[in-house]
Design a protein around this ligand. Structure first.
Ligand SMILES: [Zn+2]
Length: 258
C-alpha cells in the first residue's frame, strides 16, 4: 500500500496462538481511559494508545498508569488536526510537540528539528484503505480537532518515563497523510501505524450490538483494531470492549502491543 505504513501485524506468536492488536485513539481522558485500563487488566491484555498531546498534557497521570501497566503509547499529534488541511510545518510541529510529551528524546531525532523548513507545500493526498466494518455509511468522523492556532508549551510537566529502547509510533488523525508528511515521518524513524479494522465505535448511528456483530464477523488474526477512548465513542466502546476481550480470550487469542 503506502510504503512505510503498517496496516496489519503478525497473525500469530511463536506458540502459534492467533494475535490481535487493540489500539485506542484520542485519549487519554479521565472519563474513559481508566475504565479501558481496567478492562484490559482483567484479561491481561496489553494494547496501544495513540494519544493526543493536548490530552497528555492535561492527564499525564493516566498515561503513566497505562505505561506502568505494560501498554504502549503512540503519537496522535498535539491537536488532532488533519494532514490534508494543515500546513506541513505546522503539522510536523504538532507531531513533535506530542512526541515531546511522550518523552522520547524530547521530540528530536538525530538532532534534526521537526517542521523547521517553514515551507508550505500542498502535498498529494493519500486515500484511506483500511477495512471498516459494515462497509457502507458515512466517512470516519472522529472528534473535531481543537481550534488552537499555536503550540502551547507545558513547562510545568515532568516528562513521562521513556522506554528503554527507542520506539516511536505514530497514527495520523482521521488516517489522513500526505506524501511529504509521510516522508518526513519515516525520515524521523516513526513507525506509521494504520489499521486493518475499524470497529466504528465513533459512529453514533450504529447500534453497539450491530457494531459488535460486524466486528466479530470481520476480525482476522493479525488485525490492528481501532477503538477510541473518547467521550464520543463511549457508548459503543463500553459495549464492545468487554465482549471483544471475552470472546477472543476464549478463542485462545493473544493481545499484543504494536
Ligand atoms: Zn483520532
Amino acid at each position: 500500500m503506502f510504503p512505510g505504513t503498517e496496516w496489519r501485524a503478525a497473525p500469530a506468536g511463536p506458540t502459534g496462538r492467533p494475535r490481535l492488536y487493540l489500539t485506542f485513539d484520542d485519549g487519554p481522558i479521565p472519563e474513559e481511559t481508566p475504565w479501558v485500563l481496567e478492562q484490559l487488566a482483567a484479561y491481561q491484555a496489553p494494547a496501544t494508545f495513540f494519544c493526543v498531546g493536548d490530552n497528555l498534557a492535561r492527564h499525564p497521570e493516566i498515561a503513566r498508569a497505562a505505561r506502568a501497566a505494560g501498554h504502549r503509547l503512540g503519537n496522535h499529534t498535539q491537536h488532532h488536526r488533519s494532514a490534508w488541511n494543515t500546513p506541513r510545518a505546522e503539522y510536523l510541529a504538532g507531531v513533535a510537540a506530542c512526541e515531546a510529551l511522550l518523552g522520547y528524546e524530547g521530540g528530536r531525532v538525530g538532532g534534526q528539528e521537526l517542521g523547521g523548513e517553514g515551507k508550505r507545500v500542498k502535498g498529494q493526498e493519500l486515500g484511506v484503505e483500511g477495512r471498516r466494518v459494515g462497509g457502507q455509511g458515512g466517512t470516519a468522523s472522529e472528534q473535531r480537532a481543537p481550534t488552537l492556532t499555536h503550540l502551547p508549551s507545558y513547562p510545568h510537566l515532568t516528562h513521562l518515563p521513556s522506554y528503554p529502547q527507542p520506539l516511536k509510533l505514530f497514527r495520523p488523525p482521521y488516517g489522513r497523510l500526505t506524501w511529504p508528511v509521510l516522508r518526513a515521518l519515516r525520515a524521523q524513524q516513526y513507525r506509521v501505524i494504520m489499521w486493518s479494522l475499524l470497529t466504528r465505535d465513533y459512529d453514533a448511528s450504529l447500534a453497539p450490538e450491530r457494531a459488535l456483530r460486524l466486528t466479530l464477523a470481520a476480525t482476522r488474526p493479525g488485525d490492528i483494531m481501532v477503538l477510541h477512548d473518547s467521550r464520543k465513542a463511549s457508548r459503543s466502546l463500553r459495549f464492545l470492549l468487554p465482549r471483544l476481550l471475552a470472546h477472543y480470550s476464549e478463542l485462545g487469542y493473544e493481545f499484543r502491543t504494536l
